[in-house]
Ligand binder design. Structure first.
Ligand code: XIL
Length: 317
């Protein structure tokens, strides 16, 4: 069995991957990506971010997001839509605009309503807010927090729910895969949205891990359950496990174990609904350019061949 088909037999809703428009000119990549028993879900890596979707005020550009959505639909793959409100990859008119509380709320609501309405029926879930927290658990001083305050989260979730009552609403972040101040703050986001009557359906744990310091299976299970005990589902949304280059047999073996532990943790948690890697092949991974000196983070190598890490996921599912 392959990744998605095994994930389904183990009670998950999907195994999936991020992909990006620039990769779709690569026929072998597209062919591997389109294997539904391997990938039952796709996430656009960049093309639904604010700078791509609304590059100018009220000027919308859906072509690239639509390309990924159409590919996913053709392959019967669920679409995790990513992302509506994030401090990065903002167009300059948002990042450097002169805003008041009122005008930024209006711009954010317009962005959300137009985008969510456009993708209604295509998206299985939306990462409504991405990366709102700092490592110490305080709110990140984004343009949204600085202008609107903590209320921007509620406003964003409410606007998404109003535009698409059927899509799953997620909060997504990294560094919330183990207990600590940031995880406590993410739990508080869930509690406070729910307490104020706002719908939140899930929390996405990005899970950008490092070989050897990936949390253990037990730690990941307990941590995922700290979220599900609040009445939300969880998903591992951007899994990759990087190593210092050059790769060594010892690191590859540890990476295999790390992938296995993460997959098996999700399977063990009743409301962990799916597992997605942030790109399945080292050929297009974001890791080497973002974390220089590291790489080999994906389950398929640069030639799209299955690595030991792949079989670690298989063993965990
Ligand atoms: C990354 C993309 O993969 C890169 O191509 C881009 O240059 C920067 O963003 N967390 C997220 C993703 O939620 O949107 C990021 O994607 C990776 C970290």
């Amino acid at each position: 069995a392959q990744l998605h088909s095994l994930a389904i037999s183990s009670g998950l809703q999907y195994f999936g991957t991020a992909t990006d428009n620039s990769e779709l000119v690569d026929a072998s990549l597209v062919s591997a990506l389109s294997n539904h028993s391997e990938f039952g879900q796709v996430t656009p890596g960049n093309s639904q971010k604010w700078d791509s979707i609304e590059p100018g005020p009220n000027t919308f550009s859906f072509a690239k997001g639509d390309e990924i959505a159409a590919l996913g639909k053709q392959n019967s793959q669920l679409l995790r839509c990513h992302t509506l409100v994030w401090f990065q990859q903002l167009p300059t008119w948002v990042q450097n605009g002169t805003w008041t509380n009122e005008t930024l709320i209006a711009a954010m609501e317009n962005h959300i309503t137009t985008t969510v309405t456009h993708y209604k029926g295509s998206c299985h879930s939306w990462d409504v807010v991405n990366e709102a927290l700092e490592a110490d658990g305080s709110f990140r001083k984004s343009i949204f927090f600085s202008t609107i305050g903590e209320a921007y989260l509620k406003i964003a979730f409410d606007a998404t729910a109003a535009a698409d009552p059927d899509v799953k609403l997620y909060y997504n972040d990294f560094g919330i895969e183990t207990p600590g101040p940031k995880t406590s703050a993410a739990l508080n986001i869930v509690r406070s949205l729910k307490a104020s009557g706002t719908r939140i359906d899930g929390v996405g744990l990005q899970s950008h891990f490092i070989v050897g310091s990936t949390p253990s299976r037990e730690v990941q299970i307990a941590n995922l359950e700290s979220f599900t005990s609040l009445g939300v589902e969880v998903a591992i949304t951007e899994l990759d496990i990087r190593m210092t280059l050059p790769s060594t047999a010892a690191q590859e073996s540890q990476q295999t174990t790390d992938y296995q532990n993460t997959a098996s943790a999700c399977v063990a948690v009743a409301n962990c609904v799916g597992l997605s890697v942030w790109g399945f092949s080292d050929k297009y991974s974001w890791v080497p350019s973002t974390f220089p000196g590291t790489g080999s983070a994906c389950p398929f190598d640069e030639n799209l061949a299955r690595k030991s890490a792949y079989y670690g996921i298989i063993a965990g599912l």
